[in-house]
Design a protein around this ligand. Structure first.
Ligand code: NAD
Length: 430
């Protein structure tokens, strides 16, 4: 199988090399000052946009509830945003680059909430600096397949304490479903379906352009925004409304599907796919600027004789199955002996046996204890930092297994061909 690297004309190797060197030269870094249950954990925010604002609110909420945490620093390449967030949340230290923030000894944990193409590199830098991490989804940009794989390796090497921002993973329903699959309730897992349906362009039209006249300079570092994306002249829409553009985002497949696919991959114990087909389209929002699809469907095949299907559009919000979490269609998990899904009451997992000769199981329901809670992701991360142990909610390796499917699907869509992956050589082609 031929090895295909990331997109031909434009991707810089510099950042990849820098990141690889960081991983190679820092196999273990002492993880800062936090040693016990009562030590205060300093949180630094990389990116000060709308998602970071939500995270700052969650961390402040936990602090108000008595968790020993401080919001100590914020960095953003756009001055008005970093200053606004620092003011709003009383954050004492403000940096223009994430590297300065990572050098701050009072920062124990970072929250990475920048556009997609920065997450992976900033996570590698944070690992090398020995910080704990809350990395927003998607783990990487859709083009960065090598980076996804590199992150898995680096996370293992550095033993970093990190969670990826698929908050659906805080829903105990999925852990209960996973346990049922593991105990053999559905026989051999065969097939998983999920999706993400909602109405709304998720902010492209709404993504505000607060200052149409802003230009690169002391207030806005355009080079830093571009990172390893194709070099282009400054464009105010690209900066503020980056979700519309393929260089920085992927549309629903990478923006929304991580929320649906990550739990399903975990429930099924799906390792790495060997073939993925994806097809997307702009069916709903044909804006002049929009490059990314608004509708996307994918099929992933696994060598362990399993299939995953993910569907979605941003033009209709009927979830088909019971909905848990915004827009997320609950998974249907099929095996040789039965099927698991969420009961119509939304309070239990439903087991339905297959109607096959020799299968005598009865339908059953298993009450669900709890629901999705994004704050719980943070609580878990802080607990793990104090106890110096891996996170349980959404570790990098799990997020990467879902992300690779989404990346291959996007490449398949781009090339109008099936994408293939060989886990033994870590090579892919499309
Ligand atoms: N888990 C969820 O439910 C959820 C919800 C919304 C967004 N997100 C994710 O959060 C991320 C951020 O989304 P957003 O809506 O906050 O976007 P945003 O545009 O509001 O904010 C991004 C911020 O990052 C800054 N930035 C850009 N490049 C940077 C760099 N190199 N270093 C530091 N700062 C940089 C920008 O100036 C901007 O202030 C996205 O990847 C998105 O997928 C997740």
């Amino acid at each position: 199988m031929k090895h295909m690297t990331e997109p031909e004309p434009t991707m810089s190797r510099r950042a990849v090399l820098r990141a690889m060197v960081a991983g190679a030269t820092a196999p273990w870094v002492a993880r800062g000052r936090v040693r016990g249950a009562h030590d205060t954990i300093g949180v630094g925010f990389i990116g000060a946009g709308s998602r970071a604002c939500a995270h700052m609110g969650m961390v402040r909420h936990l602090k108000e509830q008595g968790e020993a945490v401080e919001l100590v620093a914020v960095s953003d390449i756009y001055r008005p945003r970093r200053e606004e967030m620092a003011r709003k949340f009383g954050i004492p230290r403000v940096y223009s680059t994430h590297r300065e923030l990572l050098q701050d000894p009072d920062v124990d944990v970072v929250c990475i909430a920048t556009p997609d193409h920065h997450h992976g590199y900033q996570a590698l830098d944070a690992m090398a600096a020995g910080k704990g991490m809350y990395i927003e989804k998607p783990l990487t940009h859709w083009r960065q397949i090598e980076l996804t794989l590199r992150l898995v390796e680096a996370a293992q090497q550095t033993q970093c304490i990190a969670t990826v921002g698929c908050q659906a993973m805080s829903d105990p329903a999925w852990r209960q479903m996973k346990a049922l699959v593991q105990e053999g309730r559905i026989g051999r897992p065969l097939f998983g379906e999920t999706g993400y349906f909602r109405v709304g362009d998720w902010g492209e039209r709404g993504m505000p352009v607060p200052d149409p006249n802003v230009r690169p300079g002391p207030d806005l570092d355009w080079e830093a925004f571009l990172g390893d994306a194709p070099q282009r002249e400054f464009n105010v829409d690209r900066f503020f409304r980056w979700r519309l553009f393929e260089d920085y985002a992927g549309g629903p497949v990478t923006d929304l599907f991580p929320h649906s696919l990550t739990p399903l991959v975990d429930i099924l114990g799906a390792a790495w796919p060997d073939a993925v087909t994806g097809i997307g389209a702009i069916h709903v929002y044909p804006y002049e600027l929009r490059e990314v699809p608004d509708t996307f469907n994918l099929i992933a095949n696994y060598p362990e004789n399993m299939t995953i299907v993910v569907m979605g559009t941003q033009g209709n919000d009927h979830p088909t199955t019971v909905q848990r979490g915004a827009g997320t269609r609950s998974p249907v998990v099929r095996g040789t002996e039965g099927t698991l899904t969420i009961a119509p009451s939304n309070r239990a997992i439903q087991f339905m046996p297959v109607r096959a000769p020799g299968v005598s199981r009865k339908p059953e329901e298993f009450p669900i204890q709890g629901h999705e809670d994004n704050v719980e992701m943070w609580r878990d991360l802080f607990r793990c930092v104090r106890e110096q142990r891996p996170t349980t909610m959404c570790p990098i390796e799990l997020a990467a297994r879902a992300q690779l499917v989404l990346q291959l699907a996007m490449w398949s869509h781009q090339r109008r061909r099936m994408a293939r992956y060989d886990a033994s050589t870590r090579r892919w082609e499309v």
